[in-house]
Design a protein around this ligand. Sequence first.
Ligand code: PMP
Length: 410
Amino acid sequence: MKQIFMDYANATPCDSRVLEAMLPYFIEKFGNPSSHIITKGNEALSALDNSRKIVADFIGAKFEEIIFTSGATEANNLALKGYAFANQHRGKHIITTEIEHFSITSPLRTLERLFGFEVTYLPVDSFGFVSPDELKKSLRNETILVSIQLANNEIGTVQDLKELISVVKENSSAVFHSDATAGCGFIDINVSELNIDLLTLSPTSLYGPKGVGALFVKNGLVLQPLIEGGFQEGGLRSGTENLPAIVGFAKACELGKIEMSDRCNYLKPLRNRLWEGIEKNIDFVHFTGHPEKRLPNNVSFWIEFAEGESLLLMLNYMGVMASSGSACSSNLRGKSEDDLVASPVLTAIGVPKDICTGSLTFSLGMSNTIEEIDYVLQIFPGIVNRLWQMSPFYLDKIKGHTPKLTKVDK
Ligand code: PMP
């Protein structure tokens, strides 16, 4: 059976050019950058410096403003807890949104629970946008930090960060952090143009390796390190650097910079074909996220009376891998083991809980083809139909209504 991967928001394969750049750092160039007095260490330090420069260039930052971490999760933790711990004398109020990744909301909950911070979780509209007015209203004298994602990995909505940052800068002395994990492979970021203070980067959407990420920390900001010991990364993140992964991350940024617009131009028509095909052939579909201001590879939606998790499993059975915005697939369950809960993102955009227990996200990548999109369009209506036939709510709903679903599963 064909294996069709459409979950690139959660994992991208390493680009072969990235892998090639990494390989020497496993065997020949295995030195430790901290032992740079000896030749092997010096060779490693040069590679580390070169990688830092490339990642800095990728977002228009300065060399010393890039701190390598073990991934976006750690970078988000460092940005939030690190800034909060070091600056709590200025205030203990932080603002974020209801649709952030758990690596933002979990450390914030810890700051609330254990360290006496107060966090405002801004609501979003039905597309997932934060309102600049709401943001302005929630700023206080004691607000020290605002964290709003660049793009949402589940529903694909891309925020207007420039506008949100200017609201914060014009009305407060708070610093602005953004988790750019889901967007940095598709959206050209320039930290000085944006006037941003802290930015989380990851090679997840750039065909780079896993287990590496970076935090941009604007010169002059003070953060409390969370991992202490060896004084690597300017003392902000101790521990011997994962040099092969860092070299790969840099190569992925270098290639991403050059190929970003070609990648977007390849992915957008595929995304639109999938979107339009689903819209045309399946009834009771509700697309999520903004139709235009969205990631070029993201199609996300929910279907009345069809559980996200079940759609995901049945698609997987037919060789198609996507992801679901129901909590089971994200390691979060309801009160009982069998109790599926919709993701906080779906709840925040106002998806009704009684008729939706999860959405489906197709996130496309450079190896997807038109034929693959057409295969999904061919099998998907049958899958939905099969689930509907098991739902008493659906059978009730269609009394006296002819669904537009026409194709039948083979
Ligand atoms: N932020 C966002 C928006 C994500 O989608 C993810 C997961 N891909 C993360 C942070 C965490 O990334 P990681 O697991 O690589 O640390």
